[in-house]
Design a binder for this molecule. Structure first.
Ligand code: NI
Length: 397
């Protein structure tokens, strides 16, 4: 592509990034964000596909010949309920709303990839679906995208996330899990309220909750294989509202994380058993509400290799990514589709979700070029492995 053309596109991507950063929208409320993305795509003749999505969209670039392979690139577009404190000239204009997880970066990088792929559309050996996904933070926007059926013909899916732990110019890649399964629990210890001076007339739920909170930490230290990462975090405890009343209930809320399916199940079973048995031992009851979030991401080794090689064609240094026990709903795509989720170094900063979190925009255009190059490499990989035509559509390697 002519240098001049590329500079023009980079400018559009940088401007879009700053606009998105100034106009953050929460999960499932990404109306203006979707409008802006649609406008940029349509100005560049990138086809936006019809779908049931209320926010977010799926676009497509590639040869009209529908028998070629199809791959998908995914970016999440939502922001967080955080008040920005970066002092950036393009800081959020809405208090209580901030792109504190870099999804504005992901969205603009994918837009850049769309423009770059559009330039060489006729040379592509297949099609690329560009997924601008709503509500990653909800989480579960990925499920909405999967429900559209638009990814039914996709053979591999790729996504990226900014990493404040990696410097600009680096890409963190890793086979297997790079983020964890996320579960949330709410346990209500139910006793019988009474006067603080007459505990014998009731059932105090506080000692049961306290014993449970202590015991819950033994799951990771005593039940889990010491070589398997996992955690139990209790983050919210609520019971009683004054000094001389023993309350009826105590709420204990938290989250469990792990990188493997077995560990996920083990933590859940042990946590529920402890809650129920401890409550029973105290003569009270434990009512458990369990909310399953996304599973752990699962990067396919073959596609990790393709992702690694694509980085070598860019001025990007590949490093081994460290796994995190944070969650990422990209994992829902990986339940049925092979692919890879990679980390892009965006400079050292406060951590994601912090009011002072920021990304270095210098990492943006290289990320856009990388995504475009990765999609192209993935299509070529599928074409050379399966002869392209006839083997497309859900082909898994
Ligand atoms: Ni995020």
């Amino acid at each position: 592509m002519a240098q001049q053309e590329e500079e023009k596109e980079e400018k559009i991507v940088q401007e879009t990034f700053r606009w998105l950063h100034r106009h953050p929208e929460l999960s499932y409320e990404e109306v203006e964000t979707t409008k802006r993305v649609r406008e940029v795509l349509q100005e560049h003749d990138v086809a936006v596909l019809d779908s049931s999505l209320k926010t977010g969209l799926v676009a497509e670039v590639g040869t009209a010949d529908s028998s070629g392979p199809v791959v998908a690139l995914r970016a999440d577009i939502d922001a967080l309920p955080v008040t920005e404190e970066t002092g950036l000239p393009y800081a959020s204009k809405t208090p209580g709303r901030m792109h504190a997880c870099g999804h504005d970066f992901h969205t603009s990088a994918l837009l850049g990839a769309a423009l770059l792929l559009k330039q060489k559309e006729t040379e592509l050996p297949g099609r690329v679906k560009l997924v601008f996904q709503p509500a990653e933070e909800a989480p579960g926007g990925a499920k909405k995208v999967l429900e559209t059926g638009l990814l039914g013909d996709v053979a591999a899916v790729f996504g990226l996330h900014v990493s404040p732990l990696l410097p600009v110019g680096t890409l963190g890649i890793r086979a297997g899990a790079v983020t964890a399964s996320v579960d949330r629990f709410q346990i209500t210890f139910r006793g019988k309220g009474t006067h603080a001076a007459h505990p014998d007339a009731g059932i105090d739920p506080i000692p049961a909750a306290a014993a449970f909170i202590q015991a819950a930490q033994t799951i990771v230290s005593r039940n889990l294989n010491p070589f398997a990462p996992g955690l139990v975090s209790i983050t919210h405890v609520e019971g009683g509202n004054t000094w001389n009343v023993i309350p009826e209930t105590v709420l204990v809320e938290g989250t469990t994380r792990s990188l493997g399916k077995e560990e996920r199940q083990l933590i859940r079973e042990n946590l529920c058993r402890l809650a129920e048995c401890i409550a029973e031992g105290h003569g009270s009851q434990a009512e458990i509400d369990w909310y399953e979030g996304p599973p752990a991401t699962d990067n396919t080794p073959e596609w990790v290799e393709v992702a690694r090689q694509a980085a070598q064609k860019q001025p990007l240094e590949v490093v081994e990514a460290s796994a995190s026990l944070a969650g990422e709903d990209f994992a829902y795509y990986q339940e049925t589709l092979p692919g890879a989720f990679v980390l892009v170094g965006t400079g050292r900063s406060y951590s994601n979700h912090n009011p002072k979190f920021q990304v270095d925009p210098a990492a943006l255009w290289p990320a856009a070029k990388y995504l475009a190059g990765l999609a192209e490499a993935a299509l070529q990989h599928l074409s050379s492995h399966f002869g392209g035509k006839g083997k497309a559509g859900g082909a898994k390697i």
